[in-house]
Design a protein around this ligand. Structure first.
Ligand code: ATP
Length: 514
């Protein structure tokens, strides 16, 4: 565990050192849980967004995009339930004066039982060697079964308390399981209270009677309130979807794990409007489609799992998270929710406007049902960064840090490097760079030894280095070095666009999706 934590710290430090992610307002000692993306980070982030956007809007005839404002009429948040119910249960430790989410403390306690089970399995696997039957061991070993029973017992009690919004019971669970504050080590807890996560501000001058508005906590409501606009102007027929990428804001109680939980973050959401009664079929469709989108990136199929929700929001009739194996465990990256017709019905009620669809095939009007796919750009970024980072031992005392980014989303696609800074090589290298820059993000670097320059490109995940040497001037060929294998081959300058294009274009990913 400690080792994984160290790896994570190293990745965070690398992200800063190489211009991916900076703490916000750093020269003023930083702002908690707010981050800025640097020169390489913004390219990676934009590429992730483009992969999502094009997969949604270009590969589906019936999905269109919008870009709605962050400020919205405050009644929207009343209608959506956020004013009354977008709360987290918080608890303070009186000794450390630290604040925690009560539900997270209990979830961590539940996870400990799984850790114990995994330890038993690992121990037994070592003892029995090749003949070890893991499935059988998990089903029959008394210690494993006892841990599993205790885990399920706690899980059931926790789910019931959450469903009933029973804050006293949450506190009682924390006391009964003797959960201690990781900092003070004590059990000196306050009562559990609800805390609303929305940021408030004022719009208009106070003299005019300013209106209290919220920074949106999700982008979804901007889609719902534009449902009629898009359906009518785009002449959309059900089933159809509306996609949006944009900032969201949540005053998270506990902000930790770098960009995993931020107070200002970005979401990519798609709301898919369907006939009532067909929502579970579409839920299943999107559940599978979205996992496929993740897997096509090639970060490792085993790093993903579904987590079906026990506690459903009152409006939902099915919900799944796609979790990714971060250095700190499997964590939610995306949520897929069957939201029934809750949101549109609420907006009908609160706005007084009819929000319905006339279905020509059924010859009837109804409020459409909705399947939502909602993914955090920053969490996606983190999952890519963590799984692509490798500190590689190259033998003979040599090593490198390399980011094995999937080539189509790498921030820089190629670097053109003159072997030496004279004899006309820089000029030739510049000429090649100018040719390539229309299609690829392409850097030019002539400082330091060629080995150091390769390392610098490895550290930001550039898939190809193109080295220009004296032979280039004679026969117009260059050395093409591939990041992961470090293999070098001689190719003609005229072939570069084709070789790179096949590997680094987003199309190479998109084509695998259909
Ligand atoms: P969590 O349980 O981790 O707080 P959530 O279930 O509240 O997340 P949703 O409301 O379903 O999250 O939001 C959809 C997606 O938005 C999440 O899967 C996640 O990727 C992203 N997201 C939510 N909150 C944050 C945050 N504070 N920082 C970064 N990304 C976030």
């Amino acid at each position: 565990m400690a080792k994984q934590e160290d790896v994570f710290k190293t990745i965070v430090a690398h992200a800063k050192e190489y211009g991916f992610v900076f703490q916000s307002s750093e020269i003023y000692d930083g702002l908690s849980a707010v981050y800025d993306y640097g020169q390489n980070g913004v390219e990676l982030k934009n590429n992730i967004k483009r992969y999502w956007w094009e997969a949604m809007t270009m590969l589906n005839d019936n999905i269109v995009g919008i870009d709605s404002a962050i400020f919205m009429h405050p009644t929207i948040w009343k209608a959506s339930g956020h004013v009354d119910a977008f709360n987290d249960p918080l608890i303070d430790n009186k000794d450390s004066k630290k604040r925690y989410r009560a539900d997270v403390l209990i979830e961590d306690e539940i996870a400990k039982f799984d850790e114990k089970i995994n330890k038993e399995v690992a121990k037994a696997a070592k003892r029995f060697g090749e003949s070890f039957d893991e499935a059988m061991f998990r089903q029959t070993n008394p210690r494993v079964l006892e841990h599993a029973r205790k885990r399920d017992e706690l899980h059931t009690r926790f789910a019931e308390a959450m469903n009933a919004n029973d804050l006293n019971e949450l506190k009682q669970i924390i006391l009964d399981y003797e959960i201690v504050d990781p900092i003070s080590g004590t059990r000196n807890w306050t009562d559990v209270r609800q805390f609303n996560l929305m940021f408030k501000t004022e719009m208009g001058s106070t003299a005019d009677g300013a209106m209290e508005v919220y920074l949106r906590p999700e982008t979804a409501q901007g889609i719902f309130v534009n449902y009629l606009n898009v359906q009518k102007t785009g002449r959309m027929r059900i089933p159809f979807g509306i996609a949006q990428i944009g900032k969201a804001f949540r005053n998270e109680i506990v902000a930790r794990q770098f960009i995993f939980r931020m107070r200002e973050f970005e979401q990519m959401e798609m709301q898919f409007f369907v006939r009532p009664g067909e929502e579970l079929k579409w839920f299943d469709h999107w559940r599978q489609t979205r996992l496929r989108w993740h897997k096509v990136l090639g970060l490792g199929d085993e790093k993903y799992r579904y987590h079906d929700h026990e506690k459903l929001a009152h409006y939902a009739n099915a919900a799944t998270d796609i979790e990714f194996q971060m250095p700190f465990g499997f964590k939610e990256v995306e949520g897929i929710h069957s939201r029934t017709n809750f949101d549109l019905s609420q907006h009908e009620k609160f706005s007084g406007k009819k929000i319905q669809y006339f279905d020509p095939e059924l010859n009837e009007s109804y409020v459409p049902y909705v399947i939502e796919t909602s993914i955090g750009v920053d969490r996606m970024f983190l999952s890519v960064l963590c799984s692509c980072y490798e500190a590689q031992d190259l033998g003979n005392g040599d090593s490198r840090v390399v980011l094995h980014f999937p080539a189509p989303i790498a921030p820089v696609k190629c670097a053109v490097l003159p072997l030496v800074k004279k004899d006309g090589l820089p000029e030739k290298a510049r000429e090649i760079q100018h040719r390539l820059r229309f299609d690829f993000t392409c850097q030019y670097d002539e400082k330091d030894s060629i080995g150091k320059r390769y390392r610098r490109q490895d550290a930001i995940g550039t898939p190809y280095c193109i080295t220009v040497d004296h032979q280039t001037l004679e026969d117009n060929t260059v050395t093409l070095r591939e990041r992961d294998s470090m293999e070098q081959r001689r190719v003609s300058v005229d072939e570069l666009e084709k070789i790179l294009g096949d590997v680094v274009s987003l199309n190479s990913l998109l084509k695998k999706l259909i």
